[in-house]
Design a protein around this ligand. Structure first.
Ligand code: ZN
Length: 142
């Protein structure tokens, strides 16, 4: 029978399955590979403006981080901040992270060993052949 295994939606916490990476509800979160090239405009143009500075400060304050330590922290967006999808920072889950942790987490989220979004397609790969997993990858091709 023509059955393809569906993958979980890539949107954090979403329980839907899909064949395209994101379910219909979250299809707009899909980022085409062309955008993997880092030609991002200035921080302000990306939404990291004065309003963000205020929100960021509030997140750190609410987390109980003392003012003298706040410069050591980044505020991490979940999912990754994308002003073209939703410019309002408050619609994201905002988590204070030490600079090093932030870099690490972002690196893991994008695939090991790459700062660029070039590994995005690799992250999107999903196991459609479950028997390949069970048998440790030994599956007849074709
Ligand atoms: Zn979804």
């Amino acid at each position: 029978m023509p059955h393809k295994a569906a993958c979980p939606c890539k949107y954090p916490g979403c329980v839907h399955t899909t064949h395209t990476g994101y379910c219909e509800t979250h299809a707009h979160w899909y980022q085409p590979p062309e955008r993997a090239v880092d030609t991002r405009p200035s921080a302000a143009a990306r939404g990291y403006d004065q309003e963000w500075q205020a929100i960021r400060a509030a997140v750190l304050r609410d987390a109980g981080i003392p003012p003298e330590l706040r410069p050591l922290y980044d505020v991490h967006h979940t999912p990754e901040y994308n002003p073209q999808i939703d410019p309002d920072h408050r619609h994201y889950t905002l988590t204070p992270l030490l600079h090093g942790e932030h870099s690490r987490e972002t690196g893991v989220a994008r695939g090991r060993g790459g700062k660029s979004l070039g590994n995005f397609s690799e992250n999107r790969r999903c196991p459609t052949n479950f028997s390949a997993i069970k048998t440790g990858g030994k599956v007849k091709n074709g």
